[in-house]
Design a protein around this ligand. Structure first.
Ligand SMILES: Cc1cc2nc3c(=O)[nH]c(=O)nc-3n(C[C@H](O)[C@H](O)[C@H](O)COP(=O)(O)OP(=O)(O)OC[C@H]3O[C@@H](n4cnc5c(N)ncnc54)[C@H](O)[C@@H]3O)c2cc1C
Length: 390
């Protein structure tokens, strides 16, 4: 089996790498690393990526892509992530909303949103989760009443990441409260997050300083033309959207691993090089192996996408492996670096500029956002192995 890339794909990789070396300034790298994805430096870089069609490479040219194959897209994503550039996998518009609109959006919706997503002009916030509905999304209760030419929305969402700066909301609502099959009464709406009255947004911080938002909807009016796909079919459309959201790559965390390996090669503890410590060597070897496995799974997923195959099981595996691996890497870093690893970036004693302290605090949430690890295991057990639903 040949896992190598073609000369054209390697040329594309070099082109992206050269561009990023020139364009990823220290401030945009830091903004992105520390989750300030809306800073002016980041937005500027997004626009430049958009000009080249690299935010949504697989989309047709008419919508702002370059008609790239799934593997070419993989190469671009890998380089962006490795350079700590703002990568589309962290962009809700490019990663989730756009691909879903390509499948289920009306022509008006495609015209209105896709070119602006692909050019880096607009971003979305996803509103699925509610206080009582996360893994069990079919239980969501935010009400959307039919009022003729608009829906009247009342209720609350939790963890609507980026709601405090995104331009548009991507909102799952209950349009048929009487249907005993809960998942058949849900619809999906787009709305103008910045200019719609009745929306209150409050940040929720986690231990790394990253924040998501809770959002309250009081008599919010959303025009009916903003319905995505068919009425009451939202649960199925979200199912497709989740596959896009979960198809993450791990390459963004190969750079910290390389830095950790360099650190180990160049640091002594108690007069002895860290690189000679068998525990340290074993830890790094385990992480290297997990990276290799995760990358192969991601490439397989990519190949399946290229061949338009349904990849629920493989997407769950890629999401599970990559997020667990990042968590393991962060833990390994903390153990290898000891107390120096715990110091944050503004300490002069911080190892590796405090990156691992940040990743360590950040990585637990990757195992929750987009569907928890337990849910991915449920999918693998039921869809991959054919076990009954527990
Ligand atoms: C930082 C962050 C950002 C997020 N961003 C967004 C966003 O932008 N938009 C959005 O809509 N949501 C977002 N989420 C929400 C996220 O998708 C949910 O938190 C997640 O799906 C879990 O739902 P929950 O928090 O309600 O936990 P619950 O569903 O209540 O789960 C609690 C625990 O029970 C386990 N569990 C639940 N059901 C099962 C089962 N059937 N089998 C085995 N174990 C189970 C879970 O794995 C978990 O450990 C974000 C979350 C975080 C932490």
């Amino acid at each position: 089996m040949d896992f190598s890339f073609t000369p054209e794909q390697e040329r594309l990789r070099q082109e992206v790498r050269d561009f990023l070396q020139k364009e990823v300034k220290e401030e945009s790298r830091a903004d992105f690393l520390y989750d300030r994805p809306h800073s002016p430096a980041t937005r500027e870089l997004l626009r430049k990526l958009g000009e080249r069609g690299w935010l949504c490479p697989t989309w047709p040219k008419e919508w702002g892509g370059v008609g790239a194959s799934a593997l070419e897209n993989y190469v671009i994503q890998e380089e962006l992530a490795y350079a700590f550039a703002p990568a589309p996998f962290a962009l809700i518009g490019a990663m989730v909303v756009g691909p879903t609109l390509l499948l289920h959006g009306s022509e008006e919706q495609k015209n209105k949103y896709l070119p602006r997503i692909a050019s880096g002009e607009i971003e979305f916030s996803m509103g699925y989760t509610e206080p009582q509905a996360g893994s069990d999304l079919a239980s969501l209760s935010i009400k959307a009443e039919d009022k003729g030419d608009y829906y009247l929305i009342n209720g609350q969402k939790m963890f609507s990441t980026k709601a405090d700066f995104a331009d548009y909301g991507w909102l799952a609502v209950r349009t048929d409260p009487d249907n005993p099959k809960k998942h058949k009464g849900i619809s999906l709406l787009i709305f103008d997050l910045k200019n719609t009255p009745g929306v209150t947004i409050r940040p929720i911080y986690n231990m790394s300083g990253y924040h998501s938002c809770e959002v309250f909807y009081d008599d919010v009016r959303i025009p009916k033309e903003n319905l995505v796909g068919e009425l009451n079919q939202g649960f199925y459309i979200i199912g497709a959207a989740l596959l896009f959201e979960r198809a993450v790559t791990v390459s963004g965390f190969y750079r910290p691993l390389e830095l950790l390996v360099d650190y180990v090669k160049n640091t002594k503890r108690h007069g002895r090089p860290l690189s000679e410590d068998p525990l340290v060597r074993r830890k790094l070897a385990e992480i290297e192996m997990k990276f290799a496995v995760t990358r192969v799974i991601s490439l397989r997923l990519c190949w399946m996408q290229q061949h338009k195959m349904f990849a629920l099981n493989e997407t769950a595996m890629a999401k599970l492996l990559s997020t667990e691996m990042i968590y393991d890497l962060a833990n390994a870093g903390m153990q290898v670096m000891g107390p120096y690893g715990e110091l944050v970036s503004d300490s002069k004693y911080a190892a590796l500029q405090g990156w691992f302290a940040h990743i360590y605090q950040e990585s637990p949430h990757y195992k929750i956002a987009g569907g928890t690890s337990e849910i991915q295991k449920q999918i693998i057990a039921t869809r991959g192995l054919g076990l009954p639903r527990g």
